[in-house]
Design a binder for this molecule. Structure first.
Ligand code: PLP
Length: 396
């Protein structure tokens, strides 16, 4: 297999390229904040919340300081007793568990599906106990978890559904009845993050909560602002978790471009699918036909053999193709969660994914020749190391 000449440098994430055409507008937004000097709770925060609500089809939007706080606030709004169990995916970013753990709740991992990487509803059903009070669904890498099954399970068992939508802002899910659900607005509370690398990234930390319940929205707004109903009147123990005015002003400039950026990510993903196809020892990301996929990550699964992924990654790296592993170590085996008492082998799908996933660049400013180059190098890497995986031939 011949690899074409490397095109212009390829980045895993290219925020400078994304921001370049918006530079004048972004600078004007910062300038306006300087002049208004309302750096906390300035008018841009409410304006951004309104515009994001419109984009998502009308939930209440409560901005906050980051996506991890958003999860914590979502759980706080459920008023759960200490030790209540919260089911989380066994394969997710640590924040999903952390938010439960810092509140004295017990995160209970449930295994995921090997194709979509999202919660396996059967594993969730098996993890439910009389102490379960919430299920946190993560729409990992940009595709909705099985919202239909999870919403039903939550309703049948009288537990809350929280959606960690840090990676799938703008994704939708088609129900059995043909309705379109918007990710983050199906659970009692949905959360998102504006961490710079997310599909809608700020220039620092940021986050938001979504809910269709006006009373819960008001409660969340108080919780995120020291539990106060009005200044110096504290009805609840809250947090200081507000979205900076500067971040809101900058996010307002970026939000109108999110649909085009999502379409560009989907185009890159479709090209990778076409160019890579299915090879022995390589699976392109599976799609749930009910969900759109906004490709926060384009994540391959490779053969599960010692040293194989590292060899593929190194083959790519020396040829100028960056890649990343989200996530290399399952949360239930992290030192911080040792007290939960899990052992290797308890969540086999998540554990295998931690050994076999590899994410490729999928940002919206990748050019066609870069996409072709990445695909060619990946095919060569997998082909080459597939040979190493074969049993050695012995000559008779
Ligand atoms: C990024 C992320 C978070 C945390 O968001 P921060 O804004 O970084 O706190 C939570 N869950 C998932 C799935 C994420 O990807």
């Amino acid at each position: 297999m011949s690899i074409p000449a490397p095109p212009t440098p390829i980045h895993l994430l290219d925020l400078p390229a994304q921001h370049a055409p918006l530079r004048a507008e972004l600078e004007a937004a910062v300038q306006a904040c300087f002049e208004e000097a309302a750096f906390v709770q300035g008018p841009a925060v409410a304006a951004f919340a309104r515009e994001l609500a419109r984009y998502l089809g009308g939930p209440h939007v409560v901005p906050c300081a980051n996506g991890t706080d958003a999860l914590q606030l979502a759980l706080m709004s459920l008023r759960l007793p200490a030790g209540a169990e919260v089911i989380v995916p066994a394969f997710t970013y640590v924040a999903t568990l952390e938010a439960a753990a810092v509140l004295g709740l017990r995160p209970v991992p449930a295994d995921v599906l090997p194709g979509t990487f999202n919660l396996d509803p059967r594993a969730v059903a098996a993890a439910l106990t009389p102490r379960t009070r919430a299920i946190v669904a993560v729409h990992l890498f940009g595709q909705c978890a099985d919202l239909w099954a999870l919403r039903q399970l939550a309703d049948q068992h009288g537990v809350a559904l929280i959606e960690d939508n840090a990676q799938a802002l703008g994704a939708t899910f088609r129900t059995a009845g043909g309705e379109t659900w918007v990710a983050g607005t199906v659970g009692e509370v949905g959360t998102t993050s504006f961490f710079p690398s997310k599909n809608l990234g700020g220039f620092g930390d940021g986050g938001a909560l979504f809910t269709r319940d006006a009373e819960r929205a008001a409660y969340l707004r108080q919780l995120a602002n020291h539990g106060q109903s009005r200044k110096y009147h504290h009805e609840h123990v809250g947090l200081n978790s507000r979205l900076d005015t500067l971040q809101a002003a900058l996010l307002r400039v970026k939000l109108p471009h999110l649909p085009a950026w999502t379409a560009a990510r989907q185009h890159v993903a479709a090209r990778y699918d076409e160019l890579l196809g299915e090879l022995p020892g390589l699976h392109v990301p599976a799609r749930d036909p009910r969900s759109t996929h906004v490709f926060h990550q384009y994540t391959l699964t490779l053969a599960d053999a010692p040293g194989h992924r590292a060899a593929v990654q190194e083959f790519l790296r020396v040829r100028g193709v960056p890649s990343a592993v989200y996530y290399p170590l399952p949360n239930h085996l992290q030192p911080a969660y040792a007290h939960l008492g899990y052992r290797p082998g308890q969540f086999p799908v998540a554990e295998q994914l931690c050994r076999t996933v590899l994410s490729l660049p999928v940002h919206p400013t990748l050019a066609e020749e870069q996409i072709r180059y990445v695909a060619a190098v990946v095919k060569a890497a997998v082909g080459e190391s597939a040979l190493d995986l074969m049993p050695k031939q012995t000559t008779a």
